[in-house]
Design a protein around this ligand. Structure first.
Ligand SMILES: CN1CCC[C@H](Cn2ccc3ccc(-c4n[nH]c(N)c4C#N)cc32)C1
Length: 240
């Protein structure tokens, strides 16, 4: 997978080259190129923003600069263009899996009050464009959102995670939150690990873990439980 990111703060994305993702890049499992939007500016001040038509607070990012940048970065095999915005569709684990199946992703990091809408409209005539939000809160720009999405997608690529089972047992992968985890010591500050986890009875352990996941999902994310297909909860699950 080839990932390109366009931003006015390229150094913001440096942490993506560390640890797990850094090793995946070194192993050729994905390529990551970060581009400074100011490369496509055309005035002495390297301006990327201007006042909003219709008035209002803040500044809007200029369509000319973004248009030139995306023409060049998106050249070749048409990528999927992902534009983070608080007004976007919610980014979900299902979308992460969808993106992991793409051969090219380009992420456009806005700042200020966002990117002139015509940039998205123009790009949509040549490639698939998603305006996506990572949550119901307002950030200062798109870079943090892109780091979240790149990590969520990259970890799903074959070979990136040491143990592929980890991704299969993710929260949300079966529509439920994952339950609690424990490791040594057996007792810590007078709190013991649940007996079933030390029983060696793997059928009982699997049942206990599913019960914990359902109870936690019911308590914290009843919306996820309501969205589950009826057939995915058995009689025992419903009796909880
Ligand atoms: C007051 N204004 C309101 C509009 C957005 C302005 C800041 N900004 C500029 C570009 C940009 C990109 C993403 C996000 C963002 N915020 N929250 C999320 N879940 C996001 C995501 N994905 C925020 C952004 C601030």
């Amino acid at each position: 997978m080839r990932i390109d990111i366009v931003t006015i703060f390229p150094e913001y994305l440096d942490p993506l080259r560390g640890a797990l993702l850094g090793r995946a890049i070194e192993r050729g499992l994905l390529s990551l190129d970060v581009h400074d939007l100011r490369r496509w500016t055309y005035d002495v001040h390297k301006g990327v923003d201007d006042s909003p038509y219709g008035g209002g607070p803040g500044m809007v990012m200029k369509p000319q600069v973004w248009g030139e940048a995306l023409d060049e970065v998106c050249a070749g095999e048409p990528p999927r263009l992902v534009v983070p915005t608080p007004a976007g569709r919610p980014f979900t684990q299902a979308m992460a899996h969808e993106y992991a199946g793409e051969s090219r992703l380009v992420f456009a990091c806005g700042r200020y009050e966002g990117i002139d809408q015509r940039v998205i409209d123009d790009a949509s005539t040549r490639m698939r464009v998603d305006e996506v939000s990572i949550g119901d809160y307002v950030l200062v720009g798109g870079e943090v959102a892109v780091m979240v999405m790149v990590e969520a997608v990259a970890r799903l690529l074959p070979g990136v995670l040491g143990n592929p089972l980890s991704a299969e047992q993710d929260s949300f992968s079966d529509g439920l939150l994952e339950g609690p985890s424990y490791t040594r010591p057996e007792v810590w500050r007078d709190r013991a690990v649940p007996d079933v986890l030390r029983s060696g009875n793997h059928k009982a352990i699997d049942r206990w873990r599913r019960d914990q996941a359902i109870e936690r999902t019911f308590e914290r994310r009843p919306d996820l439980l309501a969205a589950l297909p009826a057939e995915s909860l058995d009689k025992h699950d419903r009796a909880l």
